[in-house]
Design a protein around this ligand. Structure first.
Ligand code: LLP
Length: 423
């Protein structure tokens, strides 16, 4: 098997003559030594470039970054500096954004079950808009408005009723979904009428999000055409066409670029009248390949005639995606990046179950040893944000690297952190 492909690594990744990896001008081994393992290492320049490419492709104030993909104080500040708006799906995500200094007017709220508290916070703070997901939510907003809260600008989330090629757990465009107002059964039209006639909200647009990690551009084009057809006769000023652009996780994957995605959008929205604000809401495609996770190998267990297990010091607690969706990753030794990966191993974590597998059958360099580093690329999205403390494993550190400097942006959890909620 070949060495890891550079296209899977963050953009400033470079390899020295000895085969050792640096990101942002800092040796990965040095970062591991300084901050410990496992650590998420994000390439700040890569993050800024993907933000700029998105803004260039879709326009100023038209890109809403879905913070669920990766959120902490540093990254929302970076996104805000780069001109992205923020999609928050809970009061928790909103709190992080506002606390980091992002203006409420640059945040958009989502969620299929927003609580009254979450809506109250959003309406009081004056978010850019709220994406309403259900009739119950319309009623909740009306109650809060009757209490004296200002009427929010709102969009309605529509479920266009289409099949999308991705994992069923992250597919959201089909009729059988907890999200949004169904187009096919008439709920979407009923919701438009209901919201339009309400004094408690200012209906400004409609929204759809068909699913996540979608790499088939025809899926977007089909859904967006349906949305445009619905939208035009409504004479509203705004439409949001969701996120969902997939990324390549392994050498076997290909994914459209941001610009190709924008070209599809341009085609699908060509029938829109002038002056309509068309938003997109990418998460994964902005952050996924900006990061790697670096682990230490703690146990190597060859079982003759069966396989070799390589255990690292993290696992399903920092990357549940292989277990949840059968997602496939690659692994490599950041000190031997150019070595052929002619050995095979199952890369597993330190948790107490056999399903704690990061990679089922990973090509790795020969002779992996206890104490070696092992890295998995493309872990920048839905990794840390879905991390847990299972088995009371403290969550990893997050480090941003740029111009030869590594800075800690989220510290590693301590043992004390593990009991901070116990009373
Ligand atoms: N907008 C809405 C309303 C969403 O629900 C999502 C993702 C996005 C935008 C951003 O989608 P993206 O561009 O990141 O695909 N945990 C799963 C992914 C869940 C996605 C949920 N919604 C995973 O690890 O694959």
């Amino acid at each position: 098997m070949n060495a890891i492909e550079m296209r899977l690594l963050p953009r400033t990744a470079s390899v020295n003559a000895d085969g050792a990896l640096s990101i942002g001008g800092v040796a990965v081994a040095e970062i591991a030594a300084q901050f410990g393992t496992p650590t998420f290492i994000y390439d700040e320049q890569h993050l800024r470039e993907t933000c700029r490419e998105a803004v260039a492709a879709f326009g100023e104030d038209r890109v809403i970054y879905a913070t669920k993909a990766f959120i902490n104080t540093a990254v929302v500040q970076l996104m805000n500096e780069e001109g992205l708006l923020l999609d928050v799906a809970t009061g928790g995500e909103l709190f992080v954004a506002l606390n980091a200094g992002v203006p409420a007017s640059r945040c958009v709220m989502h969620g299929n079950n927003k609580s009254e508290d979450e809506l109250r916070t959003a309406m009081t703070a004056g978010l850019r808009h709220i994406v309403i997901d259900s009739f119950d939510e319309i009623e909740r907003i009306e109650r809060l408005h009757a209490e004296g809260l200002p009427a929010p600008r709102v969009q309605l989330r529509i479920t266009p009723g289409l099949h999308v090629e991705t994992h069923a757990y992250v597919s959201t465009g089909q009729d059988d979904s907890k999200f949004g107002f169904n187009l096919n059964n008439g709920d979407a039209h009923r919701a438009v009428e209901r919201a339009r006639s309400s004094q408690a909200m200012d209906l400004v647009g409609i929204h759809c999000h068909i699913g996540s990690n979608v790499v088939t551009v025809a899926n977007f084009e089909d859904a967006w055409r349906v949305m445009v057809e619905l939208f035009v006769p409504l004479s509203l000023p705004e439409i949001t066409l969701g996120g969902g652009l997939g990324v390549a996780y392994t050498a076997d994957d290909t994914a459209p670029t941001m610009q190709q995605w924008a070209d599809v959008l341009k085609r699908a929205t060509s029938a829109l009248p002038e002056g309509i604000a068309v938003y997109v809401e990418p998460g994964r495609s902005i952050v996924a390949s900006a990061a790697i996770t670096v682990y230490s190998v703690g146990t190597v267990k060859p079982i003759d005639g069966i396989r070799t297990y390589v255990s690292v010091d993290g696992g399903m607690s920092d990357n549940p995606r292989p277990m949840m969706y059968g997602s496939v990753y690659e692994a490599f030794d950041p000190l031997r990046v150019i070595a052929p990966r002619s050995a095979k191993a199952r890369i597993v974590g330190k948790h107490c179950e056999s399903g704690d597998i990061l990679i089922l059958d990973a090509p790795i360099a020969e002779g992996v040893q206890v104490g070696d580093l092992l890295a998995t690329p493309v872990t920048g999205a839905y990794g840390y944000t879905m991390a847990s403390n299972y088995n009371k494993v403290p969550r990893p550190a997050i480090v941003f690297v740029a111009n030869g400097v590594a800075r800690l942006v989220t510290r590693r959890e301590t043992l004390e952190d593990l009991i901070r909620l116990d009373v």
